[in-house]
Write a protein of this length. Structure first.
Length: 194
C-alpha cells in the first residue's frame, strides 16, 4: 500500500523562543503538540518532508530533536535549514551526520516533487523574504524561474503567496498533506504556462 505525502517546516523542537512565540509557556508543551499532531495524521507508509530547522541549532539541541523525530511515523526526508548542522551553508561537516542518517532517508539542501504531474521545488527558504527586515541567506536560495516552491523559514502565517507555499507550523498548526496543495500547484503551474 502506498502512503500519502506530508510536509512540515520549522518544528524547532526544544526551542524556547519559538515555543513562546507560538503561545506555549514551556518547550515540552510545544513539542508535545507537534508530536501528537504528527502521530494523528501520519502513518508508517507515508513520506514526510521536513523543510528544515529541527531545533534552535547546536549539538545538544539538534540531538534532542533527532531523538524526537526518530520516534515519529513515516519515511522522513530532510530539506535542511539554516539551524540544521547538515546544511550546506555551514563550513564544517556536521558531527551529528550519523544521527541524521539514522532518522532521515535523505538529507538535501533542496529538492523537487511531482504533485499531480506538475514539478514543485522544495527548499527551507522562500524565493524572497524573511521574518527579519533584511532577508538572510540569499546566496543559498533557489532562483525563481516560475516553478511552484514549498518552503518554511519565514514563520509566516500566510499559507500561499503566488508561486510559494509556506508549510511552517505558524501557517497550518498541523502537518500539511499533498492534498492541501493540489489546487495551489495547479493554479501556479497554469499561470507559469500561460
Amino acid at each position: 500500500m502506498t502512503g500519502s505525502t506530508w510536509f512540515i517546516a520549522d518544528p524547532h523542537f526544544g526551542h524556547q523562543k519559538v515555543s513562546e512565540l507560538r503561545g506555549f509557556s514551556e518547550t515540552n508543551l510545544h513539542d508535545n503538540k507537534i508530536v501528537n499532531q504528527w502521530c494523528k495524521q501520519v502513518r508508517e507508509a507515508d513520506v514526510v518532508y521536513v523543510l528544515g530547522d529541527l531545533s534552535a541549532g547546536g549539538r545538544a539541541a539538534e540531538s534532542y530533536a533527532l531523538e524526537v523525530l526518530a520516534t515519529l511515523p513515516g519515511h522522513k526526508r530532510l530539506i535542511a535549514g539554516n539551524h540544521d548542522s547538515v546544511s550546506g551553508i555551514h563550513r564544517k561537516m556536521s558531527s551529528n551526520w550519523p544521527k541524521f542518517k539514522e532518522v532521515f532517508e535523505t538529507v538535501n539542501d533542496f529538492g523537487r516533487v511531482r504533485i499531480n504531474g506538475d514539478e514543485v521545488l522544495l527548499s527551507h527558504y522562500p524565493y524572497e523574504g524573511d521574518h527579519f527586515d533584511d532577508p538572510r541567506f540569499m546566496q543559498f536560495r533557489l532562483r525563481n524561474e516560475g516553478l511552484p516552491l514549498i518552503h518554511g523559514h519565514t514563520h509566516s502565517d500566510v499559507r500561499f503567496a503566488g508561486r510559494e507555499a509556506c508549510v511552517s507550523w505558524e501557517a497550518w498548526k498541523r502537518m500539511v498533506n499533498v492534498g492541501d496543495l493540489t489546487d495551489w500547484v495547479k493554479e501556479s503551474a497554469h499561470a507559469w504556462q500561460s
